[in-house]
Design a protein around this ligand. Structure first.
Ligand SMILES: [Zn+2]
Length: 151
């Protein structure tokens, strides 16, 4: 699949999925603890009280076959994926809850806040991944740079 040329088709579907997942977690997920609120503020989150975390056995992926194909080609989700942030919703694999992973995902929340919405953030983020690869995407480099050590 030529991901770049497929972006106009992929993006609306990806945004729709991400917004629906965010809504679901905001209704059912867990608020940050006081210590986690402090971590959130320290990585730049403006509204940490809005964040909800859902611990999962597997990071959710879209059921849309076209999105699934695109995701597998980018390599952005794999069996080793341990966290995913969609707006104020953070999915964390239950085996992987750590300050390092949470601070990384919270920096993505900050990035969403700067963008203003899921619909504005995702096109930029996905374009970075398609053009540069997951490891080299500037939003991932920035999130890694804000990871905090700790259990
Ligand atoms: Zn990341």
């Amino acid at each position: 699949m030529d991901l770049k040329s497929q972006l106009p088709v992929l993006l609306p579907r990806a945004i729709e999925w991400a917004e629906a997942e965010e809504r679901r977690v905001l209704a059912s997920g867990t608020s940050l603890t006081d210590a986690e609120l402090t971590v959130a503020r320290s990585v730049g989150v403006s509204r940490p009280e809005r964040v909800r975390v859902e611990l999962v056995d597997a990071i959710p992926t879209p059921s849309d076959p076209l999105l699934q194909t695109a995701i597998s080609e980018t390599g952005m989700f794999g069996p080793n994926t341990r966290g995913l942030t969609l707006g104020y919703a953070i999915f964390i694999h239950h085996d992987a809850r750590s300050r390092r992973l949470l601070s990384h995902e919270l920096r993505h929340v900050h990035q969403y806040e700067c963008a203003g919405s899921v619909a504005v953030f995702l096109p930029v983020y996905l374009s970075q991944i398609i053009e540069l690869g997951y490891e080299n995407a500037p939003f991932e480099i920035d999130a890694r740079a804000h990871e905090q050590a700790g259990p």
